[in-house]
Design a protein around this ligand. Structure first.
Ligand SMILES: Cc1ncc(COP(=O)(O)O)c(C=O)c1O
Length: 432
């Protein structure tokens, strides 16, 4: 629940002459509840807000007509097993809360450059890295607007909801495209893509590395060579895979590989990143009507200074630098192994509990598991009861709602965290 309207009402009242009593630490006009819920017993007058950082003070809010008591509840025990945004560790939050210099300072440039280097290591690339104060969809849109000219056709390879997002973006920009869709739960097949590419010329092929709605990991090691042979550029959405599964950008010849911070990197949402090849940059120069904010040429202007053309979310970049450092310190291979182990544990739990795994074998994601609801349980209730116990998993995405549920095992989660969840899920399945 967003607290803003409540605060605004109270402020208006206090300007108008009633007292507005602020809870300690609250800022006027700011929302202080991120996932609050109404108290079921006194819905109209008393609202409890979960803040995610420990039980804090009780505040009273007086308006002209009612008194709201706001118990600031911190869900230190709330554990997110989500496919993003994921749990952000207290040390990462602490890094974000430090004072920052501006995005035009050498202090910032050094930090940005360090992020570039760490991301190059994680992505196995020497390509230019770009950061932006938006989310992954921003770079998806940038790829469509920069890599498809007026005489070009794009090929969108879709294995789920995020694959279809390319088409919404392209329609919005009046771009020509074809879509090659694979059945939900199945991975994209290189031979089918090859067939299409042999029939028609495409400027750029767009695909997901990890389709978060179905839990499919596309076999890019088979698909990338086929795309490269055709002469098309290859744009990969690695939003829910980067940092959880190995993706060798240069080895595969990926021209743009994009991601966001709120998934395996375990940083709050708000920064998107991509690697971009010389070929993609050359192509962008030839495309008209690229806009401004997401124009690769504009984004590249400040690249030599390791800065962004517009103001970036500096505290988030600080958190990103910190988390990337942690990933490198753990060892990228170890991080990938940890994710793969958690995925295997999850599939075993699901099978033992009588569920099937929705995505086809051999192409399952290491970062999110989509579990088929072949037991026909009430998924919404299952999710809700788990939530009441302090564990958040999520329902199926879009058309798969109720038919599947998803368990994220990405970011900072450890095998022990998974064991803990399995125990609670077993107990809950008996109860519901
Ligand atoms: C595979 C995939 N692509 C794109 C997106 C959109 O990313 P963002 O929400 O960062 O814009 C998501 C978000 O969940 C995703 O999972």
């Amino acid at each position: 629940m967003d607290l803003s309207p409540l605060v605004a009402t109270s402020l208006e009242s206090s300007v108008g002459n009633s007292a507005g009593i602020m809870a300690p630490g609250m800022l006027p006009g700011k929302s202080h509840g991120t996932c609050g819920r109404d108290s079921s017993t006194s819905r109209k007058k008393t609202r409890h807000f979960s803040l995610g950082c420990g039980r804090s003070s009780l505040g009273l809010y007086a308006t002209g007509t009612s008194i709201y008591s706001m118990e600031m509840v911190v869900d230190t025990n709330m554990k997110l097993y989500t496919p993003g945004p994921v749990h952000v560790a207290p040390d990462t939050l602490a890094v974000m809360s430090k004072h920052c210099d501006t995005h035009r300072s050498s202090w910032y440039s050094d930090m940005h450059e360090h992020c570039e280097n760490l991301l190059q290591e994680l992505m196995f690339t020497e390509n230019q890295i770009l950061l932006g104060a938006f989310t992954g969809t921003g770079f998806m849109e940038a790829c469509v607007t920069n890599l498809l000219g007026k005489d070009d056709t794009g090929l969108f390879v879709s294995v789920g909801a995020f694959g279809k997002r390319w088409t919404s973006i392209a329609r919005g920009h009046g771009k020509e495209f074809d879509i090659l869709e694979f059945e939900m739960g199945k991975a994209a097949k290189a031979d089918k893509i090859k067939e299409i590419l042999e029939r028609k010329e495409y400027a750029t092929v767009f695909i997901q590395f990890n389709e978060t709605s179905t839990g499919i990991r596309n076999p890019l090691e088979e698909i990338a060579p086929v795309v490269k042979d055709s002469g098309a550029l290859l744009c990969v959405d690695a939003v829910s895979g980067l940092g959880g599964m190995k993706l060798e950008v240069d080895e595969l010849g990926i021209d743009v590989c994009l991601a966001s911070t709120q998934k395996c990197l375990a940083v709050p949402p708000g920064i998107a990143l991509c690697s971009i090849s010389e070929h993609a940059l050359e192509k962008s120069k030839t495309v008209g009507n690229r806009g401004y904010y997401l124009d690769f040429m504009v984004l590249m202007k400040k690249a030599p200074k390791h800065q962004t053309p517009t103001t970036i979310a500096v505290p988030l970049v600080r958190a990103l630098e910190y988390k990337l450092g942690k990933i490198i310190e753990e060892g990228v291979e170890q991080v990938f192994d940890r994710h793969s182990k958690m995925a295997e544990m999850t599939w075993k739990w699901a099978n033992d509990a009588g569920f099937e795994i929705f995505p086809e074998e051999g192409h399952r994601s290491s970062t999110v598991s989509t579990i088929a609801n072949n037991r026909n349980i009430d998924v919404a209730k299952f999710v809700k009861v788990l939530l009441d116990k302090g564990y958040r998993i999520v329902n199926g995405y879009g058309d798969l709602k109720g038919k599947t549920f998803r368990i994220g095992h990405m970011g900072d989660l450890q095998p022990d965290d998974m064991e803990e969840l399995f125990g609670v899920m077993d107990e809950t399945l008996v109860e519901i």
